[in-house]
Ligand binder design. Structure first.
Ligand SMILES: Cc1ncc(C[n+]2csc(CCOP(=O)(O)OP(=O)(O)O)c2C)c(N)n1
Length: 636
């Protein structure tokens, strides 16, 4: 057997026997490094096929092994903040054989899920929740008289979320047992931002630290008599000196016992540290330094690209090239339009909450750095910050994914809509997002925004209309939300000139007598396609691009009164969404004897899987639209 084959065989053998953390504990400490490379290999191979959060997961392989080696999950609870880095955890905790189904429809989720495994004590997906959940669990355990450990693993990016600090503050106050592991890789998706990030990531080798250390040494040496002894004492334990001037001070002020910073890829050190930490009571924070993308050169080199990635070639690290024929994504069109509009409107400001790439704003940021702000994972703050800017005459565009804006509902109501400030909300990823699943679908925005006075809500039928909507919003004087989907546009030509769309005005696209389809946003195109299919079968259908969820076009009621058969199509939950708005309006107009059907996301948390498959599953695709129209026409 040649050396290469031997290696492959021995590489496969360790992981093959790990079906739970109990198996992991049977390994010798010296075997763990080999196991780490086997796990890395499996993660890289799987993500190269299925897509997923590669760089975050590669960065915590050793950390995951060490935690499971020392603690006793599922009795001890390990909570992964965001949960996008939990692939090694999934592999170790009995999901190795199903790992090839990662993020596939009906396969295992890309995030921890209680329904999936007893080793996932808390469902995550949104940043900054782990410490709160951990404190809740540890409080419950205290009341129940249980002694198990609770560990929250949180990244430095997620630590910028306000609720992480609310939780630290309360944990310190209660002095309950909670181990917080700060996974510090100096990255959010992009480079981490904020005053805290530079403080927390301050390394002991930094010139400022070195000179401070030297000054302290000189200071102690200069004190006659005791100085020398104090210096000798401090010298003995470098840790104490480090503790004086490292991030420990911040966490110690919050009544945490601070340990670190320690090297996050050194398995011996991690295991030893966690074994010691397991003996401690009260709040403890272990500060671990890791490299995002560790062990896969392309991901280490470009952790932002490999944060969340589609399928790629392992040898080159290249993703599938987009063909020139493919339409641009809504995100790209938004980013380009922002640049063009910023050129004309000097008061325009772009705000992101740690997602410059995801929201398409990186180019804007490089062209207009002074008019671009990344506030960190702080969606609530982003909204009120924008409100502040608006009071001073600026035109802030807050670009936040639909799902993450859920956090900011009170800020939208209280700080933006009540004073009627012209803040523009660019809600990317409205509707079904695909493989990231229920924590990430933008299923609720129309419902949660529609209830707010002064708010205008629009959804473009295509990428060209998105441009006009952004222009319209910039010239309006009230809060406006524009929601658009994840993925490619429909491939329409782009107008050079911008046009203002009259607020609340829908657009009749085809005129027919049998049935009306009121479609919104990305459901307009499949409605048109369905109408075309139906035409071949002899049906004559009107398709209306409704454009506005609020204010609703009042003419919709007149149209309905004439045609008397209405199908409403949206990619939002049916509860309180666009269809509900129309039903309310019909009731208010006293319409009766109209046959109405609504298509939308049902009252459930949509699962993960390819976008089009889920659209089919939830009955909002072209085929289902055509079927429903036929049922309406037959009065069924
Ligand atoms: C509330 C919320 N906003 C934004 C995101 C998108 N998001 C996912 S991971 C991430 C960065 C997290 O950085 P960090 O916690 O340091 O973990 P790392 O990926 O660096 O391991 C962001 C912004 C999210 N999941 N939740």
């Amino acid at each position: 057997m040649n050396q290469e084959n031997k290696n492959t065989e021995s590489t496969a053998s360790l992981l093959d026997h790990i079906n739970s953390p109990v198996d992991l504990k049977k390994l010798k400490l010296s075997d763990l490094e080999t196991l780490a490379s086997e796990i890395r290999k499996l993660i890289i191979e799987t993500v190269s096929r299925n897509g997923g959060h590669l760089a975050p997961s590669l960065g915590v392989v050793e950390l995951t092994i060490a935690l499971h080696y020392v603690f006793n999950a599922p009795h001890d609870k390990i909570i992964w903040d965001v949960g996008h880095q939990a692939y090694a955890h999934k592999i170790i905790t009995g999901r190795r054989e199903r790992f090839h189904t990662l993020r596939k429809h009906k396969g295992i989720s890309g995030f921890p899920k209680r329904e999936e495994s007893p080793y996932d004590p808390f469902n995550t997906g949104h940043s900054g929740t782990s410490i709160s959940a951990g404190l809740g669990i540890t409080t419950a355990k205290y009341i129940k008289g249980e002694k198990n450990k609770v560990i929250a693993v949180i990244g430095d990016g997620s630590m910028t979320a306000g609720m992480a600090f609310e939780a630290l503050n309360q944990t310190g106050h209660t002095e309950r047992d909670l181990i917080v592991v700060l996974n510090d890789n100096e990255m959010s998706i992009a480079k981490n931002v904020g005053a805290l990030s530079s403080y927390v990531s301050r390394k002991i080798s930094e010139p400022r630290f070195v000179s401070l250390k030297r000054n302290l040494e000189n200071f102690f040496r200069s004190i006659p008599g005791v100085g020398k002894n104090v210096f000798a004492l401090l010298k003995k334990s470098e840790d104490s000196l480090i503790g004086l001037i490292t991030p420990g001070m911040l966490f110690e002020a919050l009544k945490f016992r601070y340990i670190g910073p320690i090297k996050g890829h050194d398995l011996n050190l991690l295991v030893k540290t966690f074994a010691d930490v397991a003996q401690l009571n009260g709040p403890v924070l272990v500060h671990v330094l890791t490299t995002k993308g560790k062990g896969y050169a392309p991901a280490e080199k470009n952790p932002t690209l490999f944060h969340g990635i589609g399928s790629f070639d392992i040898a080159t690290g290249l993703t599938k090239k987009k063909s020139n024929q493919e339409p641009p994504s809504y995100t790209e069109v938004f980013g380009k339009t922002m640049i063009e509009l910023a050129d004309k409107e000097e008061k325009l400001f772009a705000i992101t909450a740690a997602m410059p790439e995801g929201t398409g704003l990186t180019e804007f940021a490089s062209i207009y750095p002074e008019r671009f702000i990344d506030v960190g994972i702080a969606e609530q703050h982003a909204v009120t910050f924008a409100a502040g800017l608006a009071t001073e005459g600026f035109k802030p565009v807050v670009a936040i994914y639909s799902t993450f804006l859920q956090r900011s509902l009170d800020q939208i109501i209280h700080d933006v809509c009540l004073p009627d400030l012209p803040v523009i909300f660019a809600l990317d990823r409205g509707g079904i997002v695909g493989e990231d699943g229920p924590t990430h679908h933008g299923a609720f925005d129309l419902s949660y925004l529609r209830i707010i006075p002064n708010m205008v809500i629009m959804a473009p039928k295509d990428e060209n209309e998105l441009r006009h909507m952004l222009y319209t919003a910039l010239n309006a004087h009230s809060p406006i939300a524009i929601r658009y989907p994840r993925g490619k546009g429909v491939g329409v030509p782009m107008d050079k000139e911008y046009t203002k769309i009259p607020i609340g005005e829908s657009e009749i696209l085809t005129d027919g007598k049998d049935c009306l389809i009121f479609a919104l946003g990305n459901r307009v195109r499949p409605s048109l396609d369905a109408a075309m299919d139906l035409k071949k079968e002899g049906y004559s259908v009107s398709v209306v691009n409704c454009r506005f969820v609020k204010p609703l076009d009042q003419r919709l009621s007149d149209m309905a009164a004439r045609t008397r058969r209405v199908l409403i199509v949206e990619e939002n939950t049916l509860q309180g969404g666009f269809g509900s708005a129309i039903l309310e309006s019909f009731a208010d107009h006293g319409l009766s004897n109209i046959i109405i059907r609504r298509l939308g996301i049902p009252d459930t948390f949509a699962e993960h899987g390819p976008q089009d498959l889920l659209r089919k599953q939830y009955g909002i695709d072209r085929k289902k639209i055509a079927e429903e129209v036929k049922k309406l026409c037959f009065g069924i």
